[in-house]
Write a protein that binds this ligand. Structure first.
Ligand code: C2E
Ligand code: MG
Ligand code: MG
Ligand code: MG
Length: 280
């Protein structure tokens, strides 16, 4: 390579790093104001029973739209929110908004739609989360057994001791607990025997490869069997095609979530799309 080419490359490299640094900086500074500027919203993605074909639950997914940054994915900003100590306030916002929306939905449609909430490990450990959660459902007269708390598997080997009693307290109070992104962590199986879970969610990456890799297919089949062995609800996330759905049905997966049925919906679209008739 010529000097000029090398220089061009490193210039480009520096520029792209520079751009990323600027973006990170902006995300951090804009995030601090986002709550007070009302920039967050919550969408709801249906989870469908494979047996009945009916919607049984929705997963609340946060969205952030900022004037300068545009849409920022939670995969990008949740980590930052954890780092700058904003995850508690953002988490509370999602919990309250979602409880309010789904309570209203259930009253209006005379339904018992369940609600899944993503809980960041930091949120779980660093505050009196269990007491907060209990207070929140009491405030909205929401039933604990209609609320599932999703905790990602990719965390807390080191925090297991701290997490265990908090999860136990929540479970004892009647909340359902779900292990999100199952299969991607280092010790999926030991989590299952050490934590009081009700549900596992097979990570999207396995569902993606379900029909193209026999290894992934074997893995999915095995995860479903393990879930059944432990008496857990098994949810497949990221289901995008009928063929994937049929295969998961064949292996007796319980619930299906993904673009094949629905993208995450605004509460208005959820009301419009699912009338009492469709709800179990
Ligand atoms: P997750 O909990 O594993 O959520 C599933 C993600 O997969 C969501 O991305 C959802 O929009 C996406 N998805 C669902 N079906 C499909 C599909 O068929 N195809 C594809 N390609 N994607 C699908 P999203 O909304 O961008 O959220 C990303 C992650 O951010 C979530 O992963 C969760 O870990 C985190 N997150 C989202 N909302 C919250 C929140 O309120 N609090 C916390 N702590 N984390 C959140
Ligand atoms: Mg989740
Ligand atoms: Mg997941
Ligand atoms: Mg995820």
């Amino acid at each position: 390579k010529s000097k000029a080419q090398q220089k061009g490359r490193s210039l480009f490299f520096n520029e792209s790093i520079n751009k990323q640094v600027k973006r990170d900086f902006l995300i951090e500074s804009e995030l601090r104001e986002a709550l007070s500027k009302n920039e967050f919203s919550v969408l709801y993605q249906p989870q469908i029973s494979v047996d009945s074909g009916k919607i049984v639950a929705v997963e609340a997914l946060i969205r952030w739209y900022n004037k300068i940054l545009g849409h920022v994915s939670p995969d990008e900003f949740i980590q930052v929110a954890e780092d700058i100590g904003m995850i508690h306030d953002i988490g509370s916002f999602v919990i309250e908004q979602a409880l309010q929306d789904i309570l209203h939905y259930n009253v209006k449609h005379n339904a018992t739609l369940e609600l899944s909430l993503n809980i960041s490990p930091k949120q779980l450990i660093e505050t009196n989360f269990a007491e907060q959660m209990i207070a929140a459902i009491e405030q909205f007269s929401f039933k604990a057994n209609l609320v599932t708390l999703e905790i990602t598997e990719n965390i807390f080997i080191s925090d297991l001791d701290k997490v265990q009693p908090i999860l136990k307290r929540l479970r004892d109070h009647g909340f359902r607990l779900s292990l999100d992104d199952f299969g991607t962590g280092y010790s999926s199986l030991s989590y299952l025997s050490n934590l009081p879970m009700n549900e596992i969610k097979i990570d999207r990456s396995f569902i993606n490869k379900l029909l193209v890799s026999s290894q992934s297919e074997a893995l999915v089949k095995t995860i479903i069997a393990i879930g059944q062995f432990y008496n857990l609800t098994v949810v497949a996330e990221g289901v995008e095609s009928k063929a994937q759905f049929e295969r998961l049905k064949h292996y007796n997966c319980d619930l299906i979530q993904g673009y094949y049925f629905d993208r995450p919906l605004s509460i208005i679209d959820l009301h419009a799309k699912y009338s009492t008739h469709d709800v179990s």
